[in-house]
Design a protein around this ligand. Sequence first.
Ligand code: PGA
Length: 876
Amino acid sequence: MNEKYAPLKSNVKMLGHLLGNTIKEAHGEAILEKVETIRQLSKSARGGNQADRDALIEEIKNLPNEQLTPVARAFNQFLNLTNIADQYHTISRSCEADVCEPDPVYSLFSKLSEENISKLDTAQAVRDLNIELVLTAHPTEITRRTMINKLVKINKCLSQLELNELSHSERKKNERRLEQLIAQSWHSDVIRKQRPTPLDEAKWGFAVVENSLWEAVPEFLRELDDRLENYLGEGLPIDARPVHFSSWMGGDRDGNPFVTHSITREVLLLSRWKAADLYLGDFQELITELSMVKCNDEVREMAGDQHEPYRAILKPIRVLLNNTLEVLDAKINHQDVPNKPILEHVDQLWDPLLACYKSLHECGMSVIADGSLLDTLRRIKAFGVHLVRLDIRQESTRHSDVISELTRYLGIGDYDQWSEQDKVSFLVNELSSKRPLLPRDWQPSEQVQEVLDTCRIVASQSREAFGAYVISMARTASDVLAVHLILQECGCKFRMDVCPLFETLDDLNNSEAVIKQLLNIDWYRGYIQNHQMVMIGYSDSAKDAGVMSAGWAQYSAMESLVKVSEEAGIELTLFHGRGGTIGRGGAPAHAALLSQPPKSLKGGLRVTEQGEMIRFKLGLPEIAVNSLGLYASAILEANLLPPPEPKQDWRDLMDVLSEVSCESYRQIVRGEPDFVPYFRQATPELELGKLPLGSRPAKRNPNGGVESLRAIPWIFSWSQNRLVLPAWLGAGEAIQYSIDKGHQELLEDMCREWPFFSTRLGMLEMVYSKCNLEISRYYDERLADPSLLPLGDKLRAQLQKDIKAVLNVENSDHLMQSDPWGQESIRLRNIYVEPLNMLQAELLYRTRQDGEAGEELDEALMVTIAGIAAGMRNTG
Ligand code: PGA
C-alpha cells in the first residue's frame, strides 16, 4: 500500500492487535488461533491458492456450532474497527497533510477564477445556497447505538494518539482506554434484540443533531465564511441559511403501520423539546460569557438600567426556554399543561440575540460577537424552534381510499372507479368550495380514520414544523389534489408542500405530464404560490427497471420538470430519494450532483440521508463539516459551471441503452421462471426479515412476493451473497449491444465529456469490484437446488462480459484504475469479509437443514450479516 496510508495501516494493525488480546482473554488461545488460521487461509485463497481455498472451506464446514459465533464476531468486530480507523483517517492530521484533497470550497474557488466566473455571480450563488438534508429512518443501519457510541469513543482515542506531544503516561492512558472500549464492544451484543420503535428512531435522529450537527453547522459556516471573505472580500450574510435539516423519523408512514398519528404528535413535541434543551445549553453559556457592560442604544433600551445589559437581555430567554421544556414535558406526558408563555417562533430568540451581536460589534467587541454568540445565531437559522422539520409520507392509495370511502358514504359513487378526469374535476370543485365535505356523523374505517387523524395533527401545528407531505407511489394529478383536499378538510390553514414521489419507470416518464396537468389547473396554480416540490425515487425505479434505465429516466424526468417549471414561471425543488448504495441511487456527493441535468439544482438541494450513511457522513462533527463542504462546493459548481447539455446523439444512444438494459433486466427478474426460487435460496432474503433493523416491515404486503419486497431488503440480500445483482444487471449488456452496433466511439465520447454517463460507469466499476464470483458461486453450491446452478452460472458469465464491456468503453485495463485507494480499501477488507461470507453460507445451510435454527446459530448468522454489511460499507 502507498506509504501515505501508513498511519491508517498502523492504526488498523493496532486495533486488530487489541482485539486479538480481548478475544484471547475471553475465549482462550484456541479460538484466536482458529481465527488466525482462517484469516491466513483467506488471504492466500485471495491470492489464488486453490488448495488453501479448499482448506478454508473445510475449516469452516468443520467448525462446531459453539465456535461459529465467536469466529464470526471476531471478523465482524475487526471490520468495524477497520471502518472506524478509515473514518478517522479522513479527518486525521496525517490525512490533512498528505492525502486529503484540498478543501473542496477552496478548490472550487480556484476553478471558478480560472474559468472567469464573476465574483458577483459567485456571491449570488452562495447567497442562494439551500441544502436541505432529510434524515430518514430507513432500516439500513445495522450497528447498534451502543456500539456506535463506543466506536465514536475509539475515534476520539485515535485522535488523541495522533498528537505528538502526548506524554508517556498520557499515551499509556489512551491505549488502556482503547483496550477497554474494544473489550466493552466484544462483551456486548452485536445485534439489537428488539426492533426499534418509530420513537426510538426519532430519538436517534435527534441524537445525531445533538452529538454532531449542532456543533458541525456553525463550524462549517465559519469555514465557509472565511473562504468567502478571502475570495470575495465579503463573508456570509448573518441571516444566511445555506443548510438545514428535515426528518422522516416518526413522519414516514408509508408501509409502516407503527407510525401512527399519535407517534407523529409525540415526535413533533419531542423535537421541539430537544431544540429548547439545546438552546438552553447555548444561552446558559452565553449568559456566563457576556458579562460586558458597554452597549449601543438599542441594547441599552432593551436592558433598561441593568449594569450588565447583555445578561439582562438573555436571562428572560433562559426563563422562556425553561418554561418551554416544562410545558412540552407536560404535553408529552399527557399531564395538565401549565399556563406559561413558551418559545413559539424563532424571532423570540433571534431578535434579542441579533441586537446583542450588533451592539458588541458597534462597541469594539467584534471578537466576542463572532464567537459563541454568532454560533448560536447560525443555529437559530438552521434549526429553528423545531430542530428538524418533519415530513409526512404516505402511500397514494391510502388517500384515494379516503375519498372513495367518503363518496360511497355520500352516495355519489365510488371515486376509485371514476376516470382520472372525473376525479380531478371532483377534487378541484371541492377544493374551491367553501362548504365542508366531511359529514359530522361519518364513521370511516380505521385505516381511513388514521389518515384523517394524521392530517388533523398537521393542521394543529405551525407551518414551520413541517418540510413536505410526500406521496409515495404517486402516479396522477388526482393523487396530489386528493392530499390537498384531505388536508383542507382536516382544517389545515397553511399551505403545505404536497410533493409527489415518482418511483417507477412509467411514473418517472409520466411525471412531466402530471405536473403540467396540475399547473394548468387555476385553483392549483393559485394555491401553490409558484412553488412546486417533486421527489425522484431512485431505488424503486432501479428495482423496477434496472440501474441504467432508471438512471436515464430520473435524468430525463428532472430535465423535463425543470423545463416545465421554467415555462410556467414556478420555482421547482427536486427532492432526491437516494439510498446509500449504488443500487439505490447512491454515489459520492460530488459525482452525483454534477451528473444531474443543468439547472436542476437551482432551487437548492433536498436529499435523503439514510441509515448508516447518516453515521458515515454526518455522525461526527468533523466528518459532518467535511460532508457539508462537499455538498456546498458541488452545488455551487453545478450552478456556476453547469455540466454540458447532452448532445442529441448521446440522448438517442441513452434511449437505446435504457431500452435494452431494461429488457435484459426484466427478462431475468420477471421472465426467468427460476429467478424467484434462486433469489430465495442463494441469498439470505428470508433470514434478513429476522434482523430487527428498523421499525417498518420488509414488505408493503406481508403476503406478497418479490414485487412487494421493499427496495432495501432487495438490494441488501444481493449484496450479502456478493452477486450484487440489481446494481449491475442489464447495464453492461446494453453497453455491449451498443458496441456491437458500432457505437463504441460515441460511448467513449460520452464517457469523456458527459458527467452523467461517466459517473454511471464509475459506479458500475465500484459495484463490480464489490462482487465476488467465487463467493457467489459458493453460496449457490452450498444453498441452492442443483437445478438452479445454471442460472447462477449464467449471471456470473454475464457479469464477466459486462465488466469487459465497461472497461472497453473506459479504455481501462482493470477496475477502479483511477481510484487506487478505493481499490485498496476493498481489497483490504476482502480478507475479512470473505470468511464471513463463507461462514454465512454455512450457517444458512445449517439453519435451513434444521428447520428450527436455535438461538446460537441464529445469532451467529445475524453477526455475519452485520459483518458483511460493515465490510461492504453499506447494507441495503
Ligand atoms: P422506500 O425507500 O422503500 O422507503 O421508498 C427505498 C430506499 O430508500 O431504497
